[in-house]
Design a protein around this ligand. Structure first.
Ligand code: PEP
Length: 260
């Protein structure tokens, strides 16, 4: 069921896949079908080098573009980095703190916080990712880890317009082993409570919180029947146009007809 205050959102994280030509082909393959679905906000997040081409393809479309990362400074001697000033004309969203960035590039909650602040300054909507490892889950530390990541990421912020949070248990990413809907919903409730504590209840009620981790068209409805789960961050399955379209259709149906 859909929340009256939160438009469902499905974002596709293409990760380090697709050349510029492949990115354009992919977006062309899904665009017409996606545009028929009006009750779900849709975002595609191609690699940096394809942002401009995908942005041009979608200029007259309600489908939004997102980046997969951002640096916190506007410009300067930071070889290889991309600033929010560069991204702002090309996209509305930016993924921050994905577990692959935390795991392979040493991103800490403090770095996530800096990137989040920089994005907000340039009117980019952050999709902040949080999630526990399998060892942390098995040690009963899920709530502790998630709270720490949410509080660290949002530290010192008085407001966070356009904030989206993605709960992505690391053991579920790219493994084919998704969380259960009930487990994801329980964690997402805690995330919303932490947002309420930090930024106030009205902000918590409009903040969209997604589930991510091995989402497919076959399992997405299991998550979206929970009113607390506002959509999905989709990795592998977002690289196939038919599968991504099917996920968005399932979201439309689940959010606009099902009750739990
Ligand atoms: C992701 O990378 O954010 C993700 C959820 O990947 P996948 O859907 O492939 O598990």
């Amino acid at each position: 069921m859909s929340s009256p205050t939160r438009l469902p959102l499905i974002a596709g994280n293409w990760k380090m896949n697709t050349t510029v030509a492949e990115a354009v082909t992919l977006v062309r393959a899904m665009r017409t079908e996606l545009e028929r679905i009006t009750g779900v906000e849709q975002v595609v997040c191609p690699p940096f080098v394809s942002l401009d081409a995908v942005h041009r393809e979608l200029e007259a479309s309600p489908i939004q573009v997102g980046a997969q990362d951002v640096f916190w400074e506007d410009k300067g001697a930071y070889t290889g980095e991309i600033s929010p000033v560069m991204l702002a004309p090309l996209c509305r969203y930016v993924i921050i703190g994905h577990s692959e960035r935390r795991q392979y590039f040493g991103e800490t909650d403090e770095i996530v916080n800096r990137k989040l602040r920089a994005s907000l300054q340039h009117r980019l909507s952050p999709i902040m990712c949080v999630g526990e490892t399998l060892a942390e889950r098995e040690a009963g530390q899920t709530d502790l880890i998630i709270e720490r990541q949410v509080r660290g990421g949002l530290a010192g912020l008085a407001a966070c317009p356009g904030l989206v949070i993605a709960y992505e248990p690391i053991w579920a990413i790219g493994t084919g082993r998704a969380s259960s809907g009930a487990d994801a919903e329980a964690v997402i409730r805690r995330i919303r409570a932490a947002v309420a504590d930090l930024l106030g209840e009205p902000v918590a009620q409009i903040t969209r919180i997604l589930y991510g981790g091995s989402v497919t068209s076959a399992n997405v409805a299991e998550f979206l029947r929970y009113p607390e789960i506002d959509g999905g961050l989709v990795g592998g399955a977002s690289l196939r146009s038919d599968e991504f379209v099917a996920i968005v259709w399932s979201t439309e149906i689940a959010k606009h007809s099902t009750t739990i």
